[in-house]
Design a protein around this ligand. Structure first.
Ligand code: ZN
Ligand code: ZN
Length: 296
């Protein structure tokens, strides 16, 4: 099994990241893809992948952090790890204050090019859900930041890993408008949600869909209309990939504790039952799908 979307680059794994990786590989996970959500966590994902076998990285700015790309100068830009305006990191190595609004996308490009183990641009997209900790970022800004990254991915010939929460219509509109910027295959929607009609549009555009531990939860999530299990049943097996989104979305029966990549096996087993195939078949096909999308 491959975990195509997790965040071992996040604080939750600071203390025992290598132990968590080791346990995952011992449990039968073959590859792990860590995903950035801003500049510093993207750098961290690349750093993790550089030094470890079978680890890969996806780099990007999540819609939650779209507002942190703004500022009249770079002091407000999401800085690289350890960077301050006074002591720039290697990425901010020009030594001069760069006054361009797009400095963040240049940083992202530098990070993306820094290692062959960067396999996609993500998680990028739109998020219109009102979280307690994070109010909705101005949708106009979210769209601008998303589009810049779609264009960067095209330039680098990398697929997209898309985050969508209650913004499916706008994401589809943007992708259709930027169809000439999509490579083949164009990438995947991570943590798939929405209704069957939306799923059809995603598949029609050539995207794959990722499912997480929340497929094991009972009922329908707040603001959604369709049971995730129905999306799984509808999606063809040759377009599905499996992920954990660790440390979030822990599958049953571990819900309530920290999620880890080894639980991708629990998610895979649950998906196999929904699809009416053996775990072996599910594992083989989803691995093939992930290898195809990310050219692993
Ligand atoms: Zn996400
Ligand atoms: Zn995520």
């Amino acid at each position: 099994m491959i975990d195509v979307h997790c965040h071992l680059n996040f604080h939750a794994f600071e203390k025992d990241c290598d132990e968590v990786i080791k346990r995952a590989f011992e449990a039968g996970v073959t590859e792990i893809i860590n995903v950035g959500t801003k500049i510093d966590s993207s750098e961290k994902a690349v750093e993790l992948a550089k030094n470890r076998e079978n680890l890969y990285a996806i780099v990007g700015v999540h819609p939650h952090h779209a507002d942190k790309t703004q500022g009249s100068n770079n002091n407000n830009v999401i800085l690289g790890s350890g960077a301050t305006p006074e002591s720039p990191t290697a990425i901010r190595d020009s030594g001069q204050a760069r006054m361009t609004e797009d400095y963040w996308i240049e940083q992202l490009e530098t990070i993306a090019k820094s290692s062959k183990k960067v396999v996609a641009v993500g998680e990028i997209g739109l998020d219109y859900y009102r979280y307690k900790s994070n109010d909705i970022v101005d949708p106009k800004l979210q769209k601008a930041v998303f589009i810049k990254q779609v264009e960067l991915a095209y330039k680098l010939k990398l697929p997209l890993q898309i985050h969508n929460r209650q913004a499916g219509k706008d994401i589809i509109d943007i992708l259709i408008n930027h169809k000439s910027y999509l490579i083949n295959p164009p990438g995947m929607f991570h943590c798939m949600s929405g209704d069957i009609d939306f799923l059809k549009k995603v598949l029609d555009l050539g995207f794959y869909v990722g499912f997480d531990g929340n497929v094991t939860y009972k009922g329908i999530a707040v603001g959604e209309t369709t049971d995730l299990k129905d999306l799984v049943r509808f999606a063809p097996l040759d377009r599905i990939v499996v992920e954990t989104d660790s440390p979030f979305l822990t599958p049953e029966p571990h819900r309530g504790s920290r999620n880890v990549p080894e639980y991708v096996i629990i998610v895979g087993a649950f998906l196999a039952r929904l699809k009416g195939v053996t775990f072996e078949k599910l594992k083989q096909q989803t691995t093939k799908n992930a290898h195809f999308i990310f050219k692993l």
